[in-house]
Design a protein around this ligand. Structure first.
Ligand code: ADP
Length: 651
């Protein structure tokens, strides 16, 4: 008996110690509740965690530790039901302290039964997980907010976790990605290197840098730069990837640009070599032959030859220098084009005539079909002539002796088109697309064979485009000859000037003035102006504009009427057209200037004409005009010139 009593008392003592131990545990809240959910026991840890003393809490409903949302959902009751039926209920959730503050805790509820197995209550153990939860949350936020692609991946390539950036770059949803192996997404050409990276990861070796292309949902590929850190014991790796598609594209652009610059530099070097060769060649002849001349040892025949050679080489060099200057003007934007209505047919004719000796020297057969009625275009006569001369000279240069050159100028729809076809060396298909590039010669052996700087066609191309036209080259390949074609739009009837006049088409007044109104508020009061112009519309327009400023305007349409008017009224200023039926403006001014000053020989005169080139200007000034204005003229310019001429007279 005594042993039984002793055992019982030992047992009770152990139970007491056990209870005391539980009651004193501080890191865990341990409490018991009855089957009705009311608290029956409360330890120190519970007091610390939840803030209630034993007295305050015993007999109270344990559901009050749950947040209202959970209480409303019946979580406390479910927990007890789960514990009762399954022997345990475990979860993590928010709880409320006595002071109303929330904390995150894990909880395990276990049923307590008596000897007969009857449920007499539950024990609940809680642990405050707020700190750990904060860390987890921070990590999750980091994962969610990262701009880089983050993934936890199995070493066999299966994606276990991907962050939103990963999904965004590729355009797939999380579900679509988690069902795949990363290798399926990798571009076939990058698959081997990606797999080999994963082999390294399996051996515990990090992959510090690997770039591969991943396929997006829209079918495109993005370049991603990866670093991977393996956790071989878990069969996982952590991957951080950055979309470098744009970066790579920029690198590629820079690389190509650098290549281009390198190439341009090389072409320039080659060009300088060619240029010095090209400039030296004629110089050698000029110097050599001039020394021979100087030595006085040449026969008369050789002397004549020497002079011809010197002249030819000096001309060739001058052409080279002109080309170089043109290119420099083009590069610096200083090449000026002065537009006026011109006949491209007449210009082509002139160019052909000037190259006749070169054609004859090579016994080249010329077949020319130039339609003089092809219509006027708007351009700079000198620059148009340069275009035709360049193309024709090339045809002559690259066609062997005895060959043939066809020149055809015709109207095609709203254009005038010039085709220059030769039976020369032709151009290979690979060179054809680059033929108009600066410094481009088809091959440097050409330099020796034919000379030239490779600038002519680049200048032609520029000049043609600046004048609203287009130039093309065609060739069936080496040995099959070449055809160069230039096309310019016909002028609209509004801007047709003297060239139409030359063709007997009446000139339209707006071609004479840039616009009908002037902005100068100047008075020509009492200035008597004689307008000599054979086109009635133009007469009318000039009269209107000048009268608006108070001028007294007389108009005549031929030279004899002009002379009669001068004799009778002695105007203050004369404005005269040049190209008129009968006697032209040059003849008129010469006659005026031969007159006595008292009878009008010194009246200032303005040539107003569509012949606008530098030579035309010189010619007008030499003939006796004070000023030369090109049609169409700005009314302001016209007024300013009249004012300055009348002012000079008064002074
Ligand atoms: P270059 O002054 O060297 O002739 P261009 O710019 O006028 O320079 O011409 C560039 C290159 O185009 C020439 O070197 C030549 O190879 C080719 N080319 C130009 N015109 C012809 C043509 N009519 N037939 C064959 N090749 C031509």
């Amino acid at each position: 008996m005594s042993t039984g009593t002793e055992r019982r008392s030992t047992c009770r003592r152990t139970e007491d110690i056990y209870r005391k131990a539980i009651e004193d545990i501080r890191d865990y809240a341990i409490f018991m509740i009855g089957p009705d959910g009311l608290i029956t026991n409360w330890n120190l840890g519970a007091q610390q965690m939840l803030g209630y003393t034993e007295e305050e809490v015993i007999g109270k409903d344990a559901a009050k530790f749950f947040i209202p949302e959970d209480r409303a959902k019946g979580v406390p009751e479910q927990e007890m039901a789960t514990a009762a039926t399954e022997g345990r209920a475990e979860d993590e959730r928010w709880h409320i302290r006595r002071d109303g503050s929330h904390f995150w805790a894990s909880g395990i509820m276990t049923p307590v039964r008596d000897e007969t197995g009857k449920l007499i209550g539950f024990s609940k153990v809680m642990r405050d997980m707020t700190e750990r939860n904060k860390l987890t949350q921070e990590r999750d936020r980091f994962f969610a907010l990262s701009m880089d692609m983050l993934t936890i991946v199995h070493l066999d390539g299966r994606l276990q976790r991907v962050n939103p950036a990963f999904q965004k770059v590729l355009g797939y949803s999380e579900e679509e990605l988690l069902s795949r192996k990363i290798f399926e997404l990798v571009h076939p050409d990058d698959r081997a290197k990606t797999m080999s990276g994963y082999v390294d990861l399996g051996r515990g070796k990090p992959v510090k840098h690997m770039e591969n292309r991943l396929g997006c949902k829209d079918g495109t590929y993005r370049w991603v730069a990866w670093s991977y850190f393996p956790v071989p014991e878990d069969g996982l790796a952590f991957g951080v990837g950055r979309d470098v598609t744009e970066l790579r594209r920029m690198h590629e652009v820079l690389r190509l640009r650098a290549e281009e610059l390198e190439n341009a530099n090389r072409v320039k070097d080659e060009f300088l070599a060619t240029m010095s060769h090209e400039l030296r060649t004629p110089l050698t002849s000029i110097l050599g032959w001039s020394r021979l001349l100087h030595s006085n040892q040449l026969s008369d025949k050789d002397k004549e030859r020497a002079i011809q050679i010197i002249q030819r080489n000096a001309e060739a060099q001058s052409k080279l220098i002109e080309d170089l200057l043109d290119v420099s003007r083009i590069i610096t934007g200083k090449l000026k084009i002065e537009f006026q209505p011109v006949s491209f047919a007449a210009i082509t004719d002139t160019a052909l005539s000037s190259l006749r000796p070169a054609l004859d020297a090579k016994q080249l057969k010329l077949e020319a079909s130039i339609d003089p009625a092809a219509g006027p275009i708007s351009g700079d006569p000198a620059r148009l002539q340069q275009i035709v001369t360049n193309l024709l000279s090339n045809a002559i240069k690259f066609t062997p002796n005895g060959g043939k050159i066809d020149v055809r100028l015709q109207r095609t729809d709203a254009h005038v088109r010039l085709d220059i076809k030769d039976t020369g060396v032709g151009i290979s298909p690979e060179h054809l697309p680059h033929i108009f590039e600066r410094f481009k010669q088809v091959d440097s052996s050409n330099v020796r064979a034919h000379g030239g700087l490779g600038l002519g066609l680049a200048i032609v191309d520029y000049l043609v485009r600046q004048q609203g036209g287009a130039v093309f080259a065609a060739s069936g390949g080496p040995g099959t000859g070449s055809t160069f074609s230039v096309e310019f739009p016909l002028t609209s009837s509004e801007v047709i000037g003297d060239s139409r006049q030359a063709e007997g088409v009446p000139q339209r007044p707006l071609a004479v003035l840039e616009r009908a109104n002037s902005t100068i508020d100047a008075s020509l009061q009492d200035v008597h102006i004689l307008v000599v112009e054979d086109d009635p519309d133009t007469q009318e327009l000039l009269k209107t504009v000048l009268r608006r400023h108070g001028a007294n305007v007389t108009t005549v349409s031929c030279c004899s009427d002009a002379l009669a008017e001068i004799a009778s009224s002695k105007p203050d200023v004369i404005i005269s057209d040049i190209g008129m039926a009968g006697e032209n403006g040059y003849e008129l001014i010469r006659k005026i200037r031969s007159m006595d000053p008292d009878t009008g020989g010194h009246i200032p005169a303005i040539a107003l004409t569509a012949y606008a080139g530098a030579t035309d200007r010189r010619r007008a000034l030499l003939a006796g005009f004070q000023t030369h204005l090109a049609k169409p003229v700005e009314p302001d310019d016209l007024l300013a010139v009249i004012l300055s001429l009348t002012f000079q007279q008064e002074a």
